[in-house]
Design a protein around this ligand. Structure first.
Ligand code: CP
Length: 338
C-alpha cells in the first residue's frame, strides 16, 4: 500500500518525486537530500573559475523577496542565481508598495506579471512560502529562505554539505546543536536533515527555557542542559544565536550568565572530539554564544559554510526549475540530463 505523502511533500514535489519548490527538509527522502548535496558538489568549482557562470538558468528571472533582514542568505541566493546565468530582481521591501498596504498576494501577482520564474522568499510568518507556493502560476518555483520559527531548508542543506565535506558522511556522527533551539528555524531544519541523512545522534544543548518542550520525543534527539555532558565526544558543534527578535518574554537571566553556562570557548570545546568542527549559521554574537577564540580558531568552519552556501543554493534553484519544467513538459528530461 502506498501512503499519501505528507502535505509539505505534495506541494514541493512533482508527481514523480522531483523537487519543484524547496520549502522544507522535513518529509523529503534521504536520496533527494543526497541528490541536492551531490548537485551542489558539481557546482562548487564554479566559484573558482575565471568566469563564474554556468548557463542552466539562462533566460530565467529570479525574484528575491526578503521581508526580513539578511546578509548571508540574500547575498548567496543572488550570487547563486547569477552564477546560474539567471536575471535577478531584488525587491527592496522597505521601499516597495508593501508599505502602502499592498497585500502579499497582490505583490506576487504583479511580480508574476513581469514573468518571474522563481521567488526566493524570507518572511517573518511561518508558512508564508507555502502560501506563496500554493498561489503561484504553475511553472513558477518557490524557495523558502527562512520562514518564522519554522524552516530554513537551504541553510540546513549547506550545513549538511559542510559536515559531509569535513566528516565524509553521517554514519556514526554525533552532532550537538547548542543554544536558542526554541526560536531557531535553522535548528529545526538541521535536526530533520541530520535524522534523514542517518546521523548517529543529535544532541540539543541549552537551558530548559530555550529548548522545545518534549523535543526528545517529537524530534528524535537527546536533550542536555549541561555543556560538558552534551559536548562529550561529539564530532560537530553547531552554535546558535539568541534570537531576541522572536522572544516575547525573559528567557534568560542575562547574556553574561548565558555565556558562562552555554557560550562556547576553548575550555568547553575540549569536551568534544579533538577533531570536532565548530559551525554557526550566522550572524554570530561574539561573547554571547561564542568566544572569538573559537569563532576565529582552527576548528571553526563558519566562513566555509557561507562559501558552500552558494553551491547548495545553486543546486536547490536549478533542481526546482528542472522539476517545474519536467512537470510542465513531462516528455523532457531535466537540465542535468536525467
Ligand atoms: N544564516 C542566515 O540566515 O543568515 P542571514 O540572516 O544573514 O541570511
Amino acid at each position: 500500500m502506498t501512503l499519501a505523502p505528507p502535505p509539505s511533500s505534495r506541494v514541493q514535489l512533482t508527481d514523480d518525486g522531483k523537487l519543484r519548490h524547496f520549502l522544507s527538509v522535513e518529509h523529503l527522502s534521504r536520496s533527494l537530500l543526497e541528490d541536492i548535496l551531490d548537485t551542489a558538489a558539481s557546482f562548487v568549482d564554479v566559484g573558482g573559475r575565471a568566469i563564474k557562470k554556468v548557463p542552466l538558468l539562462r533566460g530565467k528571472t529570479v525574484v528575491n523577496l526578503f521581508f526580513e533582514s539578511s546578509t548571508r542568505t540574500r547575498s548567496t541566493f543572488e550570487l547563486a542565481a547569477k552564477r546560474l546565468s539567471a536575471d535577478v530582481l531584488n525587491l527592496d521591501i522597505a521601499k516597495s508598495a508593501t508599505s502602502k498596504g499592498e497585500t502579499l498576494l497582490d505583490t506576487l501577482r504583479n511580480l508574476e506579471a513581469m514573468a518571474a520564474d522563481m521567488f526566493v522568499v524570507r518572511h517573518q510568518d511561518s508558512g508564508a512560502p507555502f502560501f506563496i507556493a500554493n498561489e503561484v502560476t504553475p511553472g513558477v518555483a518557490v524557495i523558502n529562505a527562512g520562514d518564522g520559527r519554522h524552516a530554513h531548508p537551504t541553510q540546513a542543506m549547506l550545513d549538511m554539505y559542510t559536515i559531509r565535506h569535513y566528516k565524509g558522511g553521517f554514519a556514526g556522527l554525533r552532532v550537538a546543536i547548542v543554544g536558542d533551539v526554541l526560536h531557531s528555524r535553522v535548528a529545526r531544519s538541521q535536526v530533520h536533515a541530520l535524522n534523514i541523512l542517518g546521523a548517529e545522534e543529535v544532541r540539543l544543548i541549552g537551558p530548559r527555557t530555550l529548548l522545545p518542550v518534549a523535543a526528545a520525543e517529537s524530534l528524535g534527539v537527546t536533550v542536555c542542559h549541561d555543556m560538558a555532558q552534551g559536548l562529550k565526544d561529539v564530532d560537530v558543534v553547531i552554535m546558535l544565536r539568541l534570537q531576541k527578535e522572536r522572544m516575547d518574554s525573559a528567557f534568560l537571566p542575562s547574556e553574561a550568565e548565558f555565556f558562562r553556562l552555554y557560550g562556547l570557548n576553548n575550555e568547553k570545546l575540549r569536551h568534544a572530539k579533538p577533531d570536532a568542527i565548530v559551525m554557526h549559521p550566522g550572524p554570530i554574537n561574539r561573547g554571547v554564544e561564542i568566544a572569538s577564540e573559537v569563532a576565529d580558531g582552527p576548528r571553526s568552519v563558519i566562513l566555509n559554510q557561507v562559501t558552500f552556501g552558494i553551491a547548495v543554493r545553486m543546486a536547490g534553484m536549478s533542481m526546482a526549475i528542472s522539476g517545474q519544467e519536467s512537470s510542465q513538459n513531462p516528455e523532457q528530461g531535466d537540465q542535468h540530463g536525467r
